[in-house]
Design a binder for this molecule. Structure first.
Ligand SMILES: [Zn+2]
Length: 114
């Protein structure tokens, strides 16, 4: 089975043409070095880039000891983590509020009209 290799898109800083990855090597679990070659034959520039994992958008379910990444604090990442942490059907809630919740549960609103 072949696996498609993603080519992180990079452009040549001299001629702005697309560059392609020629080699890559892992220098640590969080850092990879890639060698690029400009696709413009008249330019011929080759250069190296660093690809670093900066943070987690959602935590791993299989955390590895020694891998300590900060959690992203962007609004999108916070919303994603909040949605993943909620129960499967958070809209309809009957009974007492959750006492173990760190945030208020989503409770369906009901209004009574007299
Ligand atoms: Zn170039």
């Amino acid at each position: 089975m072949t696996q498609k290799v993603l080519n992180p898109c990079m452009h040549c800083p001299h001629c702005d043409q697309r560059a392609s990855v020629r080699t890559s090597r892992s220098l640590s679990p969080l850092y990879r070095e890639l060698s690029y070659q400009c696709t413009n034959v008249e330019c011929g520039h080759t250069f190296k880039c660093g690809l670093e994992i900066l943070c987690s958008l959602s935590p791993s379910a299989m955390p590895k000891p020694g891998i300590d990444l900060p959690l992203s604090t962007t609004p999108q990442a916070l919303t994603r983590r909040r949605l993943l942490a909620e129960p499967a059907n958070p809209i309809i809630f009957y009974g007492k509020p959750r006492v173990d919740a760190t945030e208020p549960a989503v409770v369906a609103c009901t209004t009574s009209t007299n």
